[in-house]
Design a binder for this molecule. Structure first.
Ligand code: FAD
Length: 282
C-alpha cells in the first residue's frame, strides 16, 4: 500500500560547504531530503563569504543527482559584463532557475562599490533581456518589510516592480507571524501581482542563533516565543521540541489558508525539515 503524500510545492535551500567534510555531509543531507520530492533546491551565494564558484559547484552536484538546482545570484557590485558571463556559465551548466537578488555589500565597502545594478529589479530585467525565458526567476519578498526600506508601502511597490521586471515566483524572508504574510500577499495581489509568493520557513533548532538572525533580518519573534526560547537556556531538546511544534503550526496555517508551497531554509541539516514534513503529511 502506498501512502498518499500531502501535495504542496516544496523547495529547499542550502549553503555551499566550506570544507571537504562539509561537502560530504551535505551530500548525505541532500540524499535524505530528496525523498521529500522537492521542486528545486537552491544554493545561497555570498552569505558567510561564499563565492559564486562555491555556489555553482554545489548546484552542479545537485543537478548531477537528478534534481533541479538553482543558484542564488546577487548583483550588487557587479558589472553587466560579469553578470552576462555568469549567466552564460549557468546556461552551460544546465541551470534553468535562478534566485535573483540584490545582495548586501560586505561591510567596509562604500556606496561607490554598488556597481551597475542598483536593485534586484535591475538584475531581473537584465536576465530577461539577455536570456529571454530560459531561466525561471525567483525573487525575495519581505512580509515584515526589508530592513532598509523607507516604509512598508515603498517596499511593497519595489516588490511589485521586481515582479513586473519578469520574476516568476517569490520566496519570503523567514517570518513567524502568518498575519504579516497574508497581509503582504493580499496587498501585493491588490497591486496586480499574480505570481506565487512562497513562505520561507526557518526551522527552529537553537535559540540564540535564531533570535540573533531574526534581529538582523528584521523578523519579528513574538514575545511569547522569545520568552519561551530564552527560558529553555541550554536545554536543546526542549528548544527543538518547541521549535517543531511552533513551526508545524505555522506551516499548517499557511498551507490551509492558501500559501502556494513552502521553501525551507535547511541550514544544511535534514532532521528538522524531515520531521516537519512528516508532521505535515508530506
Ligand atoms: P531588492 O529587491 O533590490 O530590495 C532592496 C532594498 O531596496 C529594499 O529596501 C527595497 O525596498 C529597495 N528598493 C528596491 N527597488 C527599489 C526602487 N526601484 N526604488 C527604491 N527602493 C527600492 N543574501 C545573500 O547575500 N545571499 C543569498 O544567497 C541570499 N539569499 C536570499 C534568499 C531569500 C529568499 C531572501 C528573501 C533573501 C536572501 N538574501 C541573500 C538577502 C538579500 O540579499 C538581502 O535582503 C538584500 O538586502 C536585498 O536583496 P533583494 O533582492 O530583496 O533586494
Amino acid at each position: 500500500m502506498t501512502e498518499s503524500r500531502r501535495d504542496f510545492a516544496l523547495s529547499l535551500e542550502f549553503f555551499p560547504p566550506k570544507t571537504p567534510e562539509g561537502a560530504q555531509k551535505l551530500t548525505a543531507v541532500r540524499d535524505q531530503l530528496y525523498g521529500l520530492q522537492p521542486e528545486f533546491c537552491s544554493v545561497t551565494y555570498g552569505a558567510g563569504g561564499s563565492t559564486q564558484s562555491g555556489t555553482l559547484q554545489t548546484v552542479r552536484a545537485i543537478l548531477a543527482e537528478g534534481q533541479q538546482g538553482a543558484p542564488h545570484f546577487s548583483c550588487i557590485g557587479a558589472s553587466r559584463e560579469s553578470i552576462r558571463a555568469q549567466l552564460a556559465e549557468f546556461r552551460e551548466a544546465g541551470i534553468r532557475r535562478i534566485v535573483a537578488l540584490r545582495g548586501d555589500l560586505p561591510s567596509g565597502f562604500g556606496a561607490g562599490a554598488l556597481g551597475e545594478f542598483r536593485y534586484a529589479s535591475d538584475l531581473v530585467r537584465f536576465i530577461r533581456e539577455e536570456t529571454g525565458r530560459h531561466f525561471a526567476i525567483e525573487v525575495g519578498a519581505y512580509p515584515e518589510m526589508h530592513p532598509q526600506s523607507r516604509s512598508p508601502r515603498a517596499d511593497l511597490l519595489a516588490f511589485a516592480t521586481k515582479v513586473e521586471a519578469g520574476a516568476d515566483s517569490a520566496i519570503t524572508q523567514m517570518f513567524f507571524n502568518p498575519d504579516a504574510y497574508f497581509r503582504f500577499v493580499d496587498e501585493a495581489q491588490a497591486l496586480g501581482v499574480g505570481i506565487p509568493i512562497v513562505p520561507g520557513i526557518m526551522p527552529i533548532t537553537n535559540s540564540s542563533g535564531i533570535l540573533r538572525f531574526a534581529d538582523t533580518c528584521g523578523t519579528e519573534v513574538p514575545r511569547w516565543m522569545r520568552l519561551r526560547l530564552e527560558s529553555f537556556g541550554d536545554d536543546t531538546a526542549s528548544i527543538k521540541a518547541f521549535g517543531l511544534d511552533v513551526i508545524t503550526a505555522l506551516c499548517e496555517r499557511l498551507l490551509s489558508q492558501g500559501a502556494p508551497g513552502l521553501h525551507f531554509y535547511t541550514m544544511n541539516q535534514s532532521a528538522a525539515v524531515l520531521e516537519l514534513c512528516r508532521r505535515l503529511g508530506r
